[in-house]
Design a protein around this ligand. Structure first.
Ligand SMILES: Nc1ncnc2c1ncn2[C@@H]1O[C@H](COP(=O)(O)OP(=O)(O)O)[C@@H](O)[C@H]1O
Ligand SMILES: [Mg+2]
Length: 234
């Protein structure tokens, strides 16, 4: 098990945003957490990265207890997050933005960027353009690529579909699927958009008001009447 979490709880003052959540991710898996706005998705991802104070009975990464580790140590262990509405640096070029993602490791940077440019051809074309000149979809791709520069083992992706046109969402999801399938990257993504995330995931969790209501293979959830009614508009 690459990531194992039991009894995760997040509070904001008196509000309990995440309640006793158990979840796990195997190496090589693409797992999604689907849930409506306010369900607690961002709170869970930020807790895993160490950016959000939380309590958990178990939070192991690669068999190691990471609960007391600050975010940069978790990053060194191989965890990386693409935050909700990820900000890129508007006054830096695409290439320079990628450079910022590699701040601790500069060895093989060019080589790694070349690999990313083959995955994100649009970024190769825009390499010397300023971040501010990119479209929303291109900025989202740059945010993902920037997280990948340091070659993480587990990528946490927070609502990458938000604010993108459906066509671009499909493109970004296709890239995530290929990163998982062809490059062996383990991915945990959270999404309101259940249809596409279930299509590319191996397994999924359904989160409602801070609690896991359903879990299973993506295929079983796609066929689940409750999921179809609540999340797939069927
Ligand atoms: N900093 C905060 N202070 C107070 N309440 C918060 C804060 N962040 C999130 N919440 C509340 O916690 C709940 C879960 O939020 P969040 O994790 O952002 O959900 P999601 O990402 O699924 O939309 C929501 O009710 C939200 O209003
Ligand atoms: Mg969120």
């Amino acid at each position: 098990m690459l990531l194992e979490i039991r009894g995760l709880t997040v509070r904001y003052g008196d509000v309990q945003a995440v309640h006793d959540v158990n979840l796990s991710v195997e190496r090589g898996e693409l797992v999604s957490i689907i849930g409506a706005n306010g369900a607690g998705k961002t709170s869970i991802l930020r807790s895993i990265m160490g950016l959000q104070t939380s309590a958990a009975e178990v939070m192991n990464y690669n068999g190691e207890d990471i609960r007391s580790m600050p975010p940069h140590v978790r990053a060194k262990k191989g965890l990386r997050i693409v935050p909700e509405r990820a900000r890129i640096f508007p006054d830096l070029t695409v290439y320079e933005n990628l450079r910022m993602g590699a701040y601790q490791q500069s060895a093989n940077f060019r080589e790694r960027v070349e690999t990313l440019y083959t995955l994100f051809p649009i970024l190769a074309e825009r390499s010397v353009q300023l971040g501010s000149t990119l479209s929303g979809g291109e900025q989202q791709q740059l945010a993902i690529a920037r997280a990948l520069v340091s070659q993480p083992e587990l990528l946490l992706v927070d609502e990458v579909s938000m604010g993108l046109m459906p066509k671009l969402v499909s493109e970004v999801f296709a890239v995530l699927q290929s990163l998982n399938r062809d490059s062996g990257l383990t991915i945990l993504l959270v999404e309101q958009s259940a249809l596409l995330s279930l299509e590319i995931s191996h397994r999924a969790y359904v989160l409602e008001t801070g609690e896991i209501r359903l879990e299973g293979s993506a295929q079983d959830l796609q066929n689940d009447r409750r999921v179809q009614e609540a999340y797939l508009g069927m």
